[in-house]
Design a protein around this ligand. Structure first.
Ligand code: SF4
Length: 226
């Protein structure tokens, strides 16, 4: 598998924020979101080739139960099911972070952390924008993911205008447990995070969604490997 990086940090986002976790970042994502904070993982050849045994061995360097498989977009990697199975076999709690554009059945994953992409993520370049618009929100895939896995839905909020689109997306997916929906400020720097957080907090209060922290940005200003 092409591994962009493996590192030990705190989970920064979602309901498990604050929990020490090992992150396995797989290479490859075709969505090209304009505010993506891991552009270095877009290229599916980015990083280094690891066997699954070597990934498992590297993860075991840290005395930590929680593993986060992230990207890029990990669900496009054909070897993901085997990696998840091997990590599960050594007793890890596994979160998969995905944009929710691909469904894979029967993954031994403990939490599917789904971040459906809104129109605020569409890149400016017309060709990329067309590709992004075509694939960023697949309602049927999202439906299957939430029907088959323990999940959280994290929406990245850039402005107040996003609230209507979030409400409409949740309605289209259908049968979403709103207790599992989180709103998260779009921010790649600490200053941006602090500036947008009060707005997102107000949106959470008005609609009863949870606020997702971005501890990696707050604590380390989005330094790589955190
Ligand atoms: S889906 Fe995630 S990794 Fe892919 S471009 Fe968007 S933010 Fe970046």
């Amino acid at each position: 598998m092409r591994i962009n990086e493996i590192f030990y940090s705190l989970q920064g986002e979602g309901f498990l924020a604050g929990i020490p976790s090992v992150f396995v970042r797989l290479a490859g994502c075709s969505l090209r979101c304009k505010w993506c904070d891991t552009k270095y993982a877009w290229d599916k050849k980015a990083g280094t080739h690891y066997s699954i045994a070597k990934i498992v061995q590297t993860v075991q360097r840290w005395p930590c139960k929680f593993v986060v498989i992230t990207g890029g977009e990990p669900m496009i990697n054909p070897h993901l099911p085997e990696l998840v199975q091997k990590l599960k076999a050594i007793g890890k709690h596994i979160t998969i972070e995905t944009a929710g554009i691909v469904f894979i059945p029967d993954l031994a994953c403990d939490l599917m952390s789904i971040s459906p992409k809104l129109s605020n993520s569409t890149p400016a370049e017309p060709k990329l924008a067309a590709l992004h618009e075509d694939s960023r929100l697949d309602i049927a895939v999202l439906r299957r993911l939430i029907d088959n896995y323990k999940y959280q839905l994290k929406f990245v909020v850039d402005s107040q205008d996003d609230l209507l689109e979030i409400q409409q997306s949740i309605e289209k997916i259908g049968n979403v447990d709103t207790d599992k929906v989180m709103l998260m400020p779009q921010a790649t720097t600490r200053n941006e995070l602090l500036a947008k957080s009060p707005m997102v907090a107000d949106m959470c209060k008005s609609d009863g969604f949870a606020f997702s922290q971005r501890l990696q940005v707050l604590l380390w200003d989005n330094e790589r490997g955190t």
